[in-house]
Design a protein around this ligand. Structure first.
Ligand SMILES: Nc1ncnc2c1ncn2[C@@H]1O[C@H](COP(=O)(O)OP(=O)(O)OP(=O)(O)O)[C@@H](O)[C@H]1O
Length: 278
């Protein structure tokens, strides 16, 4: 793997509850080079909070701690809130499942993309407009001039996600975290959005963390896969070696995934072991 762009060591996310503190991410470690890393696991396994910790966007009263959390050698845990806002826009970006929550409903999409550009570049209105149109074309929007003038509610789900990607990539971040970016879309649109992400990651040499519960999708799209269970990273493996995973949860997950041409009348049900969550 190339030099790490992101280093995560012993990451913990803790929430206070009336019964005391609960760790929901429990000592996760990984490093990210110029590659596509998938984070897979069932609902509640801590995938999103791992992504949000890197962005320093864990909602209070959640607390993040780590032995090391560094972007290009820069300690993210010692970064001020103000500096973090700058890093978030410029160096790391995050795409969430539903663009509706991230786009401003009362602002034309073109203007939102322009704003995202002008936050990080010294550009006049005309230059920013040109960049916005370019960005809309880069996410394969056929009539970028027309889409520029639309409001978010006028976009379909797939189109909204493309606009989000265009907006997030405006400042040319080094790391993109995509949290279930396609799970609200139907299968054909999912594939289109993934193909767009794939192009952009390759063209720009960006690192990608793709968070999903869909093992098949992640292993087809990523170079490496980290499998999470109950707040822990139980195994990280090259996507092409997925059939060699050793952890029993990971093996169970693979065995219970449907495959094309499957002739099994029923998919096996994952048999859990209380020891996995220890
Ligand atoms: N704001 C919060 N307050 C308290 N607990 C939380 C909060 N956010 C998440 N959690 C808990 O942390 C655990 C991990 O959540 P996280 O969202 O990271 O899971 P996930 O693997 O991304 O799941 P999903 O696929 O459902 O999004 C869950 O058990 C969740 O209930």
């Amino acid at each position: 793997m190339s030099d790490p762009i992101l280093e995560v060591e012993n990451l913990r996310v803790t929430f206070p509850t009336h019964r005391g503190d609960v760790d929901v991410v429990r000592g996760v470690s990984f490093s990210l080079g110029r590659e596509r890393l998938g984070i897979v696991g069932e609902s509640g396994s801590g995938k999103s909070l791992t992504g949000r910790s890197i962005m320093r966007l864990v909602p209070p009263p959640g607390r993040v701690s780590a032995t090391r959390l560094a972007l290009l050698g820069h300690d993210l845990l010692k970064t001020s809130a103000k500096e973090m806002t700058r890093i978030r826009g410029k160096r790391i970006a995050m795409i969430l499942q539903d663009p509706k929550f991230s786009l401003n409903p009362v602002m034309k999409v073109g203007h939102q993309i322009e704003e995202s550009y002008r936050l990080h570049a010294d550009a006049d209105r005309g230059q920013a407009r040109g960049k916005a149109i370019e960005a809309l074309s880069a996410v394969r929007i056929r009539d970028p001039e027309a889409v520029y003038h639309l409001y978010p509610h006028q976009l379909s789900g797939g189109m909204g996600q493309r606009v989000m990607i265009a907006m997030m990539l405006m400042p040319e971040p080094q790391v993109l975290i995509a949290d279930e970016p396609t799970s609200a879309l139907d299968v054909t649109v999912q594939l289109q959005v993934l193909a767009i992400l794939d192009d952009l990651v390759r063209e720009r040499g960006m690192s990608l963390i793709l968070i999903s519960h869909d093992l098949g999708m992640v292993s087809a799209f990523c170079d490496r896969v980290m499998i999470m269970y109950a707040g822990k990273a139980v195994e990280t493996i090259n996507a092409r070696d997925l059939d060699k995973v050793e952890h029993p949860y990971a093996r169970g997950l693979i065995a219970s995934a449907p495959r094309l041409g499957d002739d099994r009348p029923e998919l096996p049900v994952l048999q859990r072991d209380a020891n996995w969550a220890k």
